[in-house]
Ligand binder design. Structure first.
Ligand SMILES: [Zn+2]
Length: 390
């Protein structure tokens, strides 16, 4: 049996205008065919869903989440007080919440042990319902480095090489490295560099040897330049990237995953400690300006939120989208950054667009998101791997 979404408007992730009066044929977990005009070749046992006036977009992608963190005021304490089994159960709740919002694929960038790798496998094996997860496993960081409780501490090229090999051996889809300090770890500044060029280079070499991509937490300019020098694949946050850095990122095809919303949340929440709020307050403005400059320059921007971080549960994904629009992107550009470009950022060729042969990860919307991105937030029908999400 197939599912046919009839008479809809498709925003396919590729074209600049919606495709009107279109029909999507779904067979098993894939888009079998997309047609326009009269509905033909329907079979008796097809399930037909009339979507006149509705809009269909590819399932949304979040390129930067932390499923082990619950987005409450102090996720770190929960992780520190729990064993890996309990952490994984909490992560499953975050994953299911995320999928129900219409975010059908996520990249999880730092988790302890095999927590998220096991969750990923359970979802892939249809033991659990959830979004497709690409997992980095523990992040590789220097001793005492940024969010070290979610990482493997390694110092010097040899140790970093070994730590990278270890996370890849344990099943990581991606390697995550900490190139600078950050906001959420007490006693460090986002501008300070952490892993050195030599260490970053060793990690990149090992990742690429296994055909895996490497993502760097990089907020200060020196650390960002180190990442650009060694040919990193994606820069996370990028707060203090200047014009030169952004031009180099564009030239080398390095993706920027901005995660602006998390800083705004931390900077304005009374629920987080004062030191954390003050550090976040200091970066909100430069972060926003950097995003505006990156859009003007034409850096490849893939949507990512850092959801799971303190006071930032998964539904804040949609605030990141309106921040991107306010910074200068059109609604269509925001949708592409959250679908097609996000899939490219993750190295996934089987999703991100509505075309034949792609995974049937879809969102059915009652209103036109190009007129109002907020409509993405409303409860919509979500299809994951060809099945309606309950
Ligand atoms: Zn993060």
């Amino acid at each position: 049996m197939r599912t046919v979404i009839k008479n809809c408007n498709i925003i396919d992730g590729i074209q600049n205008n919606p495709i009107r009066n279109a029909h999507i044929f779904i067979k098993d977990d894939e888009i079998e065919n997309v047609t326009v005009g009269n509905l033909e070749n329907v079979r008796d046992d097809d399930l037909i869903l009339n979507c006149t006036g509705k809009y269909v977009i590819p399932g949304l992608i979040d390129c930067h989440v932390h499923l082990v963190c619950d987005g409450g005021k102090d996720p770190q304490s929960m992780i520190m007080a729990s064993d890996d089994e309990m952490v994984t159960l909490h992560a499953y709740k975050s994953a299911l919440d995320t999928l129900r919002l219409g975010i059908t694929t996520v990249r999880d960038l730092a988790s302890p042990g095999r927590t998220i790798i096991n969750l990923r496998d359970a979802i892939n094996d249809n033991v659990l319902v959830g979004p497709t997860i690409l997992a980095s496993g523990p992040a590789v960081c220097m001793t005492g480095g940024h969010v070290h409780y979610l990482g493997i501490e390694a110092d010097g090229s040899a140790e970093v090489r070994k730590a990278t090999r270890k996370v890849l051996k344990d099943g990581a889809d991606f390697v995550k490295v900490m190139a600078t300090g950050g906001i959420a770890t007490h006693g460090e500044t986002p501008g300070s560099s952490q892993l050195t060029v030599e260490e970053l280079s060793a990690a990149k070499e090992e990742a690429h040897k296994k055909n895996k991509m490497i993502a760097a937490h990089a907020q200060g300019l020196e650390g960002i330049m180190n990442c650009i020098d060694i040919g990193i694949d994606t820069i996370e946050h990028g707060i203090y990237a200047d014009e030169q850095a952004l031009y180099l990122m564009k030239e080398k095809g390095i993706f920027l995953v901005p995660t602006i919303i998390v800083m705004q949340r931390l900077a304005t929440s009374e629920a987080v400690p004062k030191w954390l709020r003050e550090k976040a307050e200091a970066v909100v403005e430069p972060h926003q300006k950097m995003l505006e400059m990156a859009i003007k320059i034409g850096v490849k921007i893939a949507t990512g939120t850092d959801c799971g971080s303190p006071v930032t549960p998964p539904e804040y994904y949609f605030d990141e989208l309106t921040i991107m629009e306010d910074a200068g992107m059109t609604p269509m550009e925001v949708i592409k950054s959250s679908t097609k470009i996000a899939a490219e950022c993750l190295g996934l060729k089987d999703r991100g667009t509505i075309t034949n042969g792609q995974k049937a990860d879809l969102l059915i919307l009652n209103e036109n998101p190009l007129e109002n991105l907020h409509t993405l937030k409303n409860r919509n029908q979500v299809i994951k791997n060809g099945k309606f999400v309950q």
